[in-house]
Write a protein that binds this ligand. Structure first.
Ligand code: PLP
Length: 407
C-alpha cells in the first residue's frame, strides 16, 4: 500500500488514505460487506482462522471488512503525529460499535467490576450520566461526580477514595465546560487510575487525548465523525493493543454491540471531509459567538473561544480550535427559550449534534429532561439554556435566522 512508504503530513490525507485504497474487485470506495458470515475453503483453513493464524473474517459480530476501514481510519486520526513511550509512531486499536452507548458499555464493563468506583465531572452527556447512575450502579459500580476543573479537589478525592477509572468528557455537554486532560491524567497516573476521554465534541482534528497519556478515547461517531446525521455509531480506541484484542474485543463481542456494514460505510464517507467540515463549523461558531455576545436578548454565551468563559485557557491549551459547540441563555428564561426555538426558520430544531446543518435544542425539556431540576441547575443547565451545534451553512443565513428568532 502506497501510504506505508509515504509519510502523510496532514489530517485530511490520513482521513482519506490511512486505511489504504485497495478493495475487492479494484473498487475505489470500500464495499458494504452485508454478510453475517464468511466462508472457509477447507476445515484446516477454518481451524487456522479460529486460531488467529489466518486473519480473515469469521462472523460479522466479531468483525467485518467494512468496519475495519472505519476502525483503521479512526485509529490513525487519533494517533496522528503522536509517539509512544519508545519514540515510535503511536499504535492504536479501535472497535466500532452500534452506538456510542454500546462502545461506552464495552469501555466501562471491560475495565470495571462490582465494587469499583468511577470519578467523573458533573457536566456529562445525558446517556453517560444515566448509564453510570442506572446500569453500572445496579451492577455494583459506583460513580463519584465532582467539578474536575478544580484540580485540588481531584487530587483530594483520589487520595481519599479508591478510584479505579476517571472519565473525562471535554468539552462537556451541554455547558461546554472543559477539563484539563493533561493535569487530571498526571494526577490519575500517580495512583494507577485508568483514564478514559469522551472526545466526541472535539474530534481528533481539534484534540488528541492520547498526547497526554490517557488510556482510552471514546467517540459517538453519530456526531462530527459521521458529520451528516445519517447513522448511529460509536467507537472505543485503546493504546494497549493486547487488551483491545483480547478483553475489550471479547466484551464487545459478547455484549453484541457490533456496528452494521451500511452505517460503517456512511461513517467512512463522512470522515473523509472531517477537516474541511470542522474548519467551516469552527469559523462559523466564532462569528456566531461574537454576534450572540453582543445581542441584547442574550444573557450569557457559553463558548470556550470567548475570554469570558471560565475554561478559555484549558480549551486554548488542549484544543487546536474552540470547536463548533456552544450554548446560550436568553433573557426571559423558559418562555423566551421556547419562543426562540419555535421562531427558527432555517436552523433545525433537533437534539443530537455534529451534522453539517445547524441544530438547536433545549436541554431542560429535551436531553436533560430526566435529570432532576435541582441537579440540572447545579450543573449549569438552566431553564432557558439553548444548545447549538453550528453547521456549515452560509454564515449570514445562520446569523439572520438567529437574529429574527431572538427578537
Ligand atoms: C451522542 C453522545 C454520546 C452517545 O452516543 P450515541 O451514539 O447516541 O449512542 C456520548 N457522549 C457524547 C458526548 C455524545 O454527544
Amino acid at each position: 500500500m502506497a501510504h506505508e512508504k509515504f509519510e502523510l503530513t496532514g489530517i485530511s490525507s490520513v482521513a482519506l488514505h490511512a486505511a489504504g485504497n485497495e478493495h475487492a474487485e479494484y473498487s475505489h470506495i470500500p464495499p458494504i460487506y452485508a454478510t453475517s458470515t464468511f466462508t472457509f475453503d477447507t476445515a484446516e483453513q477454518g481451524m487456522e482462522r479460529f486460531a488467529g493464524k489466518d486473519k480473515e473474517h469469521i462472523y460479522s459480530r466479531w468483525g467485518n471488512p467494512t468496519f475495519k476501514v472505519a476502525e483503521q481510519t479512526i485509529s490513525a486520526l487519533e494517533a496522528f503525529g503522536l509517539k509512544d513511550e519508545s519514540g515510535n509512531q503511536l499504535q492504536l486499536k479501535s472497535l466500532l460499535h452500534a452506538s456510542g452507548q454500546a462502545a461506552m458499555t464495552t469501555m466501562f464493563m471491560s475495565n470495571l467490576k462490582s465494587g469499583d468506583t468511577i470519578l467523573s465531572h458533573y457536566s456529562l452527556y445525558g446517556g453517560t450520566y444515566e448509564l453510570m447512575h442506572k446500569v453500572l450502579l445496579e451492577n455494583g459500580i459506583n460513580t463519584l461526580i465532582i467539578d474536575m476543573r478544580d484540580l485540588n479537589l481531584v487530587e483530594d478525592t483520589i487520595k481519599k477514595n479508591k478510584i479505579k477509572l476517571i472519565h473525562i468528557e471535554t468539552p462537556a455537554n451541554p455547558t461546554i465546560q472543559c477539563v484539563d486532560i493533561e493535569a487530571v491524567t498526571k494526577l490519575a497516573k500517580q495512583q494507577n487510575i485508568i483514564v478514559t476521554v469522551d472526545n466526541t465534541f472535539a474530534t481528533p482534528y481539534l484534540q488528541q487525548p492520547f498526547k497526554y497519556g490517557v488510556d482510552f478515547v471514546f467517540h459517538s461517531t453519530t456526531k462530527f465523525l459521521n458529520g451528516h446525521g445519517s447513522a448511529i455509531g460509536g467507537v472505543l480506541v485503546g493504546k494497549d493493543i493486547e487488551f483491545m484484542k483480547t478483553k475489550a474485543w471479547k466484551w464487545h463481542v459478547l455484549i453484541g454491540g457490533n456496528a452494521n456494514p451500511f452505517d460503517a460505510y456512511l461513517l467512512i464517507q463522512g470522515i473523509k471531509t472531517l477537516e474541511v467540515r470542522m474548519d467551516r463549523h469552527c469559523s462559523n461558531a466564532e462569528r456566531i459567538a461574537d454576534f450572540l455576545s453582543g445581542h441584547k436578548g442574550v444573557a450569557q454565551v457559553n463558548y470556550t473561544g470567548l475570554r469570558s468563559h471560565p475554561d478559555y485557557a484549558t480549551a486554548k491549551k488542549q484544543m487546536s480550535h474552540y470547536g463548533p459547540m456552544m450554548s446560550f441563555e436568553l433573557n426571559g428564561g423558559l418562555e423566551a427559550g421556547k419562543k426562540f426555538i419555535n421562531n427558527l426558520k432555517m436552523c433545525v430544531r433537533a437534539v443530537s449534534l455534529g451534522t453539517v446543518d445547524t441544530l438547536l435544542s433545549h436541554p431542560a425539556s429535551m436531553t436533560h429532561y430526566s435529570v432532576p431540576r435541582e441537579e440540572r441547575i447545579r450543573f449549569g443547565i438552566t431553564d432557558g439554556l439553548i444548545r447549538m451545534s453550528v453547521g456549515i451553512e452560509n454564515i449570514n443565513d445562520i446569523l439572520n435566522d438567529l437574529d429574527q428568532a431572538i427578537s
